[in-house]
Design a protein around this ligand. Structure first.
Ligand SMILES: [Zn+2]
Ligand SMILES: [Zn+2]
Length: 123
C-alpha cells in the first residue's frame, strides 16, 4: 500500500513488566503482559506526532484485556516496578463473561456453537 501521510495505530509491549495474578475472568493463575496503544501521524514513513496513549494489560491465560491508569502505565513504560491491584484493572470491550461447556466444563468462546473440546452442541 502506498501513502504519503496518514493516521496510524501503534502498539508497544513492555516486556520488562511481569506480574502474576489470579485472573479475574477465568480464575486461572496467569501472568499479565503490559502494553500501550497510541495513535500517530505518519508522513513519508516518518512518524511525526504521537497522541492518545492508552495503557493496558493482557492476561496470558484467556487473553482478556484491561485498561490500567495512565500513571501506572507511564511508570511501567519507564521501567519502574509497578504493582497492579484489582482496582487498577478496568474491563475493556473485550471483557466478556466466561462461558463453559455444560458437558465437559471447558471454557469456550462466546461465538462457538460446538464445544472445541468434546464436540457437544452449546446452548
Ligand atoms: Zn484468564
Ligand atoms: Zn465440552
Amino acid at each position: 500500500m502506498f501513502f504519503i501521510g496518514g493516521v496510524m495505530q501503534g502498539r508497544k509491549v513492555f516486556d520488562r513488566f511481569r506480574q502474576v495474578v489470579t485472573c479475574r475472568r477465568c480464575g486461572q493463575y496467569a501472568a499479565l503482559e503490559a502494553f500501550m496503544t497510541y495513535t500517530y501521524f505518519m508522513f513519508f514513513f516518518i512518524p511525526l506526532f504521537k497522541w492518545g496513549k492508552q495503557y493496558f494489560v493482557r492476561s496470558t491465560c484467556c487473553g482478556t484485556v484491561w485498561q490500567i491508569p495512565r500513571e501506572k502505565g507511564e511508570a511501567i513504560a519507564r521501567g519502574e516496578p509497578v504493582e497492579l491491584t484489582d482496582a487498577d484493572l478496568t474491563p475493556t470491550g473485550d471483557f466478556r463473561p466466561i462461558r463453559r461447556c455444560a458437558h465437559c466444563g471447558c471454557t469456550v468462546e462466546e461465538s462457538f456453537s460446538y464445544c472445541p473440546n468434546c464436540g457437544s452442541p452449546l446452548s
